[in-house]
Design a protein around this ligand. Structure first.
Ligand SMILES: NC(=O)c1ccc[n+]([C@@H]2O[C@H](COP(=O)([O-])OP(=O)(O)OC[C@H]3O[C@@H](n4cnc5c(N)ncnc54)[C@H](OP(=O)(O)O)[C@@H]3O)[C@@H](O)[C@H]2O)c1
Length: 250
């Protein structure tokens, strides 16, 4: 099957590394122009823009700061003139044991919510308005299996933020289908990226949790976004697609 995304502009948050890098590369290799968002990894973002060499542009925004997400969307529309696909991929996971003092714990909760959920909400809001003025569009929210099976006690905020992304995505699918706006969730399990580099004893995870017996890599997640961008999953709008190496079945 040949997928041609010529004429499509995709905003990928956190496109500078990990899963977002591979999503951006997959979309670009099928012809899409990428508005490649980054925060700290400017070199990574610029390297990819050079590699794609197709009119893609890198955009900086620290999504931990309230309001930046709306500014990011406006910047992209101003410079690239349109957005057809929004991929909310930027995210953090921070360790917050319940033993922390309340306000310290809350700081991590709020930072996690700001990047993972509030910015996603803001970008979806801006995208919906933009899509309503144009002929529609697609949204992909990168959540996590944590939204469904829960997380360990140190990561309550992370799981809650990902749960919010799932219900947001479903509500968009229910509300805007007739306006040609489609919304999907991808829920990865463990994926081998900078986010999971800190995890000790990966072999134990592979042995005990992953029925495929190998770690998922960004290249195992990215093709699905290209497939969605091409409109090949439109009748699955509202769906969550699990990519977790058989570690968790809903
Ligand atoms: N890896 C996994 O096992 C796994 C599992 C389930 C779900 N996920 C989800 O998949 C998504 C991508 O994760 P990943 O594994 O690829 O992680 P990653 O390599 O750590 O990438 C995270 C991305 O988020 C961006 N980011 C971090 N803080 C930011 C901030 N303050 N403002 C704006 N952007 C910020 C980073 O940009 P810079 O590098 O430019 O700062 C980076 O591009 C996340 O939403 C994550 O929750 C990952």
């Amino acid at each position: 099957m040949q997928i041609d995304l010529t004429g499509i502009t995709a905003l990928v948050t956190g496109g500078s590394g990990g899963i977002g890098e591979e999503i951006s590369r997959g979309l670009a290799s099928s012809g899409a122009r990428i508005a490649l968002h980054y925060n700290s990894n400017r070199d990574g973002a610029e390297r990819l823009i050079k590699e794609f060499d197709n009119g893609s542009i890198a955009f900086h925004s620290d999504l931990s700061l309230k309001g930046n997400a709306a500014g990011l969307f406006d910047d992209v529309v101003e410079r690239m003139k349109r957005v057809d696909l929004l991929v909310n991929n930027a995210g953090i996971i921070e360790n917050a044991p319940v033993s922390l003092p309340g306000m310290e714990w809350m700081k991590i909760w709020e930072r996690t919510m700001e990047i993972n959920l509030n910015s996603t909400g803001m970008l979806c809001h801006a995208a919906i308005k933009h899509f309503l003025k144009n002929s529609g569009g697609r949204i992909v929210n990168i959540a996590s299996r944590a939204a469904f099976r829960g997380e360990k006690e140190d990561f309550l905020a992370y799981a809650a933020s990902k749960g919010g992304m799932v219900s947001l995505s479903r509500s968009i699918a229910r509300s805007f289908g007739r306006s040609n706006i489609k919304s999907f969730v991808i829920a990865p399990g463990y994926v081998w990226t900078p986010m999971t580099e800190r995890v000790e004893d990966k072999q134990a995870i592979i042995d005990n949790e992953l029925s495929l017996g190998e770690m998922t890599e960004p290249k195992d997640v990215a093709p699905l976004v290209t497939f969605i961008a091409a409109g090949l999953l439109d009748h699955g709008t509202g769906a969550t697609i699990d990519i977790n190496a058989g570690s968790y079945m809903r």
